[in-house]
Design a protein around this ligand. Sequence first.
Ligand code: SF4
Length: 337
Amino acid sequence: MNARISHDRHPDVPEEFPEIQRALLDWYRANARDLPWRHTRDPYRILVSEVMLQQTQVDRVIPRYHSFLERFPTAEALAGAPTADVIREWAGLGYNRRAVNLQRAAKAVVDEYGGEFPSDVATLKSLPGIGPYTAGAIACFALEQDVGFLDTNIRRVLHRLFVGPEVPEQSRNQRQMESLATSVVPAGNGWEWGQTLIEFGALQCTARNPACLTCPVQDRCRSFPQIQTVLAELGRNGFRRKQEAPFEGSNRFYRGRVLRALQESPHDTDGLNLDLLGSRVRDDYTRSHEPWLRDVIDGLARDGLVEIAEERDPYDSGPSNRVRLPGTVSHHRPESD
Ligand code: SF4
């Protein structure tokens, strides 16, 4: 992926591609939202925005992007902060593993690259927690390189426009889509093109309700008009099944509750013992739930989101565990004999 742009036309790209591209860029200039990360070329800020935008809506990200950068304005500041502070700052955004990975990436930039982000996609991809999309986004949106890359929105837009609706009989595989994404990047204008595809996928060619009737490339789109029938069919099957998956009571639901309980505990405490933590995570908690709670906590510890410290309870004969956010300073003083 992100290979050099070829000047040969890709087999999926029609001859009238320059007009399609012009129409999309014009659409972007007329409709783009004024988003804070479009005003910067700082790779660290772009990284923060991209990580936050994974699985969180733009409206919710904007205030959190500002407050996060106020607290951790540089990769150095983030790398040097206690992980507990980073997780607390992330509170409410969900998918807390993103916060830990973001800090790991910042640490790698500081420790291995002297605080300067690498300037090529392959090296960016080698940073912890940075996949092909985020590496491409940093290269494109911070370093203004003409690179092609894919996320769900970009993939959908390109597939619908140049291939057809994303249905099994017609789908292109990842490698084919990467090659298509790379081939359509306009030389010297990769930044605006990348923003255009993302914005077009977010506002016009959305997953479930593409606004085909007002689409500037409707007459050249390989999915129009059958896309509406395909989506109606998917709505009856796939989308509905997805909606039915219950979140409440799932492992992710309880992981979130454990972290929220720790984020809400005072900064200078030593964490929470299992009984107290359990009672904050579920109303019906009893000691019989302890093996289950330990499983949830072990999963969080494996992801670097919590630490488990063993302590001796002065009122009990055996050791017990306290759970805390990583890097929380221990204030516990064992009682002297
Ligand atoms: S016509 Fe519809 S499916 Fe095709 S690009 Fe426009 S919005 Fe997307």
